[in-house]
Design a protein around this ligand. Structure first.
Ligand code: NCD
Ligand code: ZN
Length: 352
């Protein structure tokens, strides 16, 4: 199958190298059949100036094992947007505290040629146990402020109510897109808490079994545009003592999707072709003119063992689950870059 493009990855590094580095994160990508990642800007320091975007591009050029694109955080100074674009970012990523400025930021981003991705949860509703309504409220606010040609990607949509709201609006607003994460489709809060207890925290939260069932129904009907991991690595200590939200997803996303759905064409569309087209890369399809970024799979049984992850992050609610598909070999631009646990470096390209 074509290699995957993951639109939502936190590679960390810099002051958070104990959680993940560009090297460990992008090797984890290769082991998971992913040859392009889009990095998220909540690094420390966060990616809100052109200077930092340029430094991030340089770090990834030097250390990444896969091609990469970069999301920037909204800058304090609106005039910085064009510079951020020139420095190499392809999109802005908005977090809940940025949503009150959504309309202004959308205008600025589109003038600067930046796409936009939104973490839609209403900040005021996130105190305590992060009600599922926080997502619906934020999604409705955003939907009320987009124009017919706005390009807005809803990151990791987790509730069927919010998904239905976006799907209704999408009919007349084709630039709206929905990204869904493995843990919201294939995991629920009860199962996760039984397996890993307190370490189950992720934003948005894991939801009920009933919700993930409806989400899988929508998935099967082809309602979602992108499958993206939200690979959010943390140390076990940070998960247990600080309640750090997020899981590593790069090494399990592809086999998990296939094991649970047996739907190869749907995976190829949502994890390969559509995200590559969104980034404007000639990847994600096995076709003349497209890069020979490929994954060789076998139907082989194995169990997810987080202790064996290439990623530095080892906490996942999927530990112990049996997979029926395994990644044997990965090619990038026609050369082997991963085979049986061994990695080969190739110059990484910035996608912008
Ligand atoms: C994200 C992270 O760890 O960077 N975690 C997550 O659960 N998705 C940050 C966030 O979105 O809160
Ligand atoms: Zn994220």
């Amino acid at each position: 199958i074509p290699a995957a493009t993951d639109l939502h990855v936190h590679l960390r590094d810099w002051t958070q190298a104990e959680k993940e580095t560009v090297e460990s994160g992008t090797k984890s990508a290769l082991a998971g059949g992913v040859t392009t990642v889009a990095d998220m800007p909540n690094t420390v320091p966060k990616l809100e100036t052109a200077e930092l975007v340029a430094a991030r591009v340089q770090l990834l050029r030097d250390r990444s094992f896969v091609d990469f694109a970069i999301h920037a955080a909204p800058p304090v100074e609106p005039s910085e947007l064009k510079k951020i674009r020139r420095a190499g970012a392809f999109a802005l990523k908005l977090y809940p505290p940025d949503l009150p400025s959504f309309r202004r930021l959308l205008k600025g981003a589109s003038r600067a040629g930046l796409k936009m991705a939104v973490h839609a949860e209403d900040e005021k509703m996130l105190a305590g146990d992060r009600s599922p309504d926080a997502e619906l409220v934020a999604v409705r606010k955003v939907l009320g402020e987009v124009g017919p040609r706005s390009q807005v990607r809803f990151a990791h949509l987790s509730t069927s109510e919010a998904a239905h709201a976006v799907l209704a609006k999408k009919q007349s607003h084709p630039g709206l897109t929905i990204e869904v994460a493995p843990h919201h489709l294939f995991m629920d809060s009860r199962t996760s808490v039984a397996r890993i207890g307190e370490a189950s925290r992720v934003n948005p939260q894991l939801r009920s079994q009933a919700n993930s069932r409806v989400m899988r129904g929508l998935l099967k009907e082809g309602c979602f545009d992108f499958y993206a991991t939200d690979h959010a690595p943390h140390t076990l200590k940070d998960k247990l003592t600080k309640g750090a939200p997020g899981f590593p997803g790069l090494e399990l996303a592809l086999p998990l999707f296939l094991t649970r759905t047996e739907n190869v064409p749907l995976l190829c569309r949502m994890f390969c072709e559509a995200p590559a087209a969104y980034l404007g890369t000639k990847k994600g399809k096995i076709s003349p003119g497209y890069s020979a970024d490929l994954v060789v799979l076998s139907r082989r049984r194995w169990r997810i063992d987080p202790e064996k992850f290439v990623s530095k992050a080892r906490v996942t609610p999927f530990g112990g689950e049996e997979m029926r598909f395994a990644i044997d070999q990965v090619f990038m631009r026609g050369s082997t870059v991963y085979r049986e646990g061994r990695f080969v470096t190739q110059p990484a390209r910035l996608v912008r």
